[in-house]
Design a binder for this molecule. Sequence first.
Ligand code: GLC
Length: 589
Amino acid sequence: MPSPIDDLLERMTLEERIGQITQVDRTAITPEEVAEHAIGSVLSGGGGNPEPNTPTAWRAMVDGYVDASRGSRLGIPILYGTDAVHGHNNLVGATIFPHNIALGAAGDPQLVSEIGRATAIETAATGARWTFAPTVAVPQDPRWGRTYEGYGQDPELVSALGAALVAALQGPGPGIDVLACAKHFIADGGTTWGTTGGAQWVEWWRRAYGADGWHLDQGDARIDEATLRAVHLPPYRAAVAQGVGSIMASYSSFNGTKVHGHRWLLTDLLKGELGFEGFVVSDYVAVDQVSPDYREAVVTCLEAGVDMVMVPFDHTRFRETVRAAVLAGELSSARLDDAVRRILRVKAAMGLLDGAEPQLPTPAVVGNADHRALARRAAAAGAVLLEDTAGVLPLDAAASVLVAGAAADDVGLACGGWTIDWSGGRGAITPGSTLVDGLRGHLGDRCTVTGADDEDLTALDGHTADVGVVVVHEEPYAEGMGDRASLALDAAQLRQVEAVAAVVDRVVLLVYSGRPLVLDPALEHADAVVAAWWPGSEAAGIADVLVGRVPWAATLSVDWPEQDPPTGAVPATAPAPRWRRGHAHHATG
Ligand code: GLC
């Protein structure tokens, strides 16, 4: 007796099967074309927002594609995917949680679970039921621009937190609420410095953004199988055991072979040994990198084990290429059918094939007070007290406090990359509460906000206080654009620390960043040092730990370098870090 999936597959034409494995960016297809070509998925890439960028506009956009797909010959609905990686972060007004590196420092699977549920609710409220999360990278080199997307350097921690997010997003079952996507399989965080290459856009980005990018991201993981298995595989074992429905292949290579075209990795290891029964989705334009011959690239990736291709633009070329390859016998029908079957199985588990209208939350739930309170709690929970030699913290109830630093009152600088736009950005890019809001709430007029920052220190003139809270920051970035040869603070940010130190008795140095930074010259002027990471839209939570309303709990989930690693590959005998994974002042006894 054929299963309902096999029965449906049997009824699908070759064009419909090819359409089902095709994922297209929203900017490259209309709802009518989705129905015409029986497309399987549409996505919003980073910053892929409707105009206006509101919950109701998102819902109307997504519903437009879903409704059209239901009108196709067989009525198989699309899956709409988006990068809701720290909340529904493309959407203005959504709750933005701290990035994973902060959640790794908090090290609390229950907190990650609560964040996952809130994210699933806000994402589903806009009709999108697939998020490309969790990133379960195990970042080895903090110069990597995606370090902040990882929970940390301990495979067991990454496994526990990644599985917690998968469970929370997909829900208690039996159906899948919002499809999770563990990424990027495999060893995306284990590449060697200077090995990025082979992608047309990397050259474009380097020209556009300068050479200090794309040195690690999408590079080559030159590691042996034992290291692959010990460091990078455990989070996928945990995600598969948790029932993750999709896994995204990594742009990077494994000892010189692109993962997207690596059959042993994608099929033998992931689907065979780990028993993964969901589907593998490619990354954005990643298939094209596998060979200069597009047809060869497509066939290689599909035969290696990619099941759905994030084309994401010229879907006609992709579909025609697959059709020609099947008819020429270059791509086996059995492989195509296996890919379609995997996708249909997941859609069935999401209730997408039973014809019922899913009961989704209303857009009004986006950014609600409970979710923002959770985000504020998470910001506090992820902040690591690195040093407090003079016992400056918690801030004395009677102390006068002055605040400096561009990020102190800037939601965009607190959210970091993957926020509203792909790379994020400065300013009031979305509603939220800042460190300044939090400190003012606790300290009232004992908190003087100078407005001084790394561009204008004159605002400090005439000010003095018992304690100065100075925030240094990284400008937001995403992916390889954030690859940096040096993690040192720039001179302007160092100057602001010195300038604040000159007018106060004690200095609290607060670091907003996607990764550890080389702080050393600034440390001479700091009595206390706090890693706040990118705390999200409710950075007021950082004030809660500074005043002692919330106890310090977080510990580093990554080593914190004292100096920049030498340019190039990290040497086997890398210099000892200033603070090791597991460090926190309160944990030093
Ligand atoms: C990006 C990223 C991936 C993301 C995808 C869709 O290039 O590598 O993490 O999910 O494209 O935006």
